[in-house]
Write a protein that binds this ligand. Structure first.
Ligand SMILES: C[S@@+](CC[C@H](N)C(=O)[O-])C[C@H]1O[C@@H](n2cnc3c(N)ncnc32)[C@H](O)[C@@H]1O
Length: 260
């Protein structure tokens, strides 16, 4: 990746870190309802498991895994996020490091570790080039080790998409209809967007179709063993977002196994 644009990515996350931390806390609704239970189920953490948390942000999921008994190494490109995470509970049990996973020199700092599992929560689309990372993982993940990650669903909640709400009184009743409008799904591209309304500056998103993600994992020896598409179907909708994503999944959670 271009070093200049990567330092821009770092600057953006450093600028947004305090705001994100305040809003995210120990997990917002999206994480609590959709991401966390599925990732924890897929990881099936045993006491003493050694886990690498990639792009840990403020460490909210890192702490969940630590509470479940894992020894976690948690890395992020943003030194601001790592500073925030280190000031939170359980920091003495967690190995936090500033590491840019697009940089092979940085990745090599992880050499010598053998992890039972690797996790990446809602962040692969924030990373411009994931090929160095995925190619490197077989060096530090045990055979049959899992790589569990969540994404904004590339088919419905990523790239060029618009949420649509329509109301009509056809047939003499009020009908509310919710859709997602998608264009250019197959085009891998960099877009700017807002992860949390009110954040100081827009961030980059690196949209890729699912086939592109999977191609990169398959090439490095990863086999898909589980996939979930959770939605807000079981909650009382509070927003257009919740309504759109009642029967359309806003996230996808995958578990890949490394076969060497
Ligand atoms: C949406 S946040 C997710 C944070 C955390 N995993 C969570 O779910 O709360 C995305 C994170 O990706 C990190 N990130 C972006 N590019 C990165 C890179 N090249 N290497 C490591 N981390 C990166 C950002 O600094 C940010 O903390």
């Amino acid at each position: 990746m271009n070093r200049k644009s990567n330092s821009e990515v770092r600057d953006i996350w450093n600028t947004n870190a305090a705001f994100w931390d305040k809003r995210m806390g120990e997990g917002n609704d999206f994480h609590r309802l959709l991401v966390e239970p599925n990732q924890l189920e897929m990881l099936d953490i045993k006491k003493g498991d050694s886990i690498l948390d990639i792009a840990c942000g403020n460490g909210q999921f890192t702490r969940k895994m630590t509470q479940a008994g894992a020894h976690v190494t948690a890395i992020d490109l943003s030194d601001e996020f790592i500073k925030i995470a280190r000031a939170k509970p359980l920091a003495d049990k967690i190995n936090y490091q500033v590491i840019d996973v697009t940089d092979t020199t940085d990745l090599n700092k992880l050499k010598g570790n053998i992890f039972d599992a690797v996790v990446c929560t809602m962040a692969l689309f924030d990373i411009e080039n994931i090929e160095p990372l995925i190619g490197f993982l077989p060096k530090i993940l045990k055979t049959n080790g899992k790589f569990v990650f969540s994404l904004l669903h590339p088919c419905f909640n990523s790239g060029e998409y618009t949420l649509v709400y329509e109301r009509n009184d056809t047939g003499g009743t009020i009908n509310d209809n919710y859709y997602v409008k998608i264009s250019n799904y197959l085009k891998s591209q960099t877009l700017k967007g807002i992860g949390m309304v009110g954040q100081p500056i827009a961030q980059h998103y690196f949209h890729r179709p699912l086939s592109e993600y999977f191609k990169i994992f398959f090439k490095s020896g990863f086999y898909l063993i589980d996939l979930k598409e959770p939605s807000f179907k079981d909650i009382e909708p509070k927003s257009v977002y919740n309504n759109v994503f009642k029967n359309i999944p806003p996230a996808i959670i995958c578990s890949f196994k490394l076969i060497k």
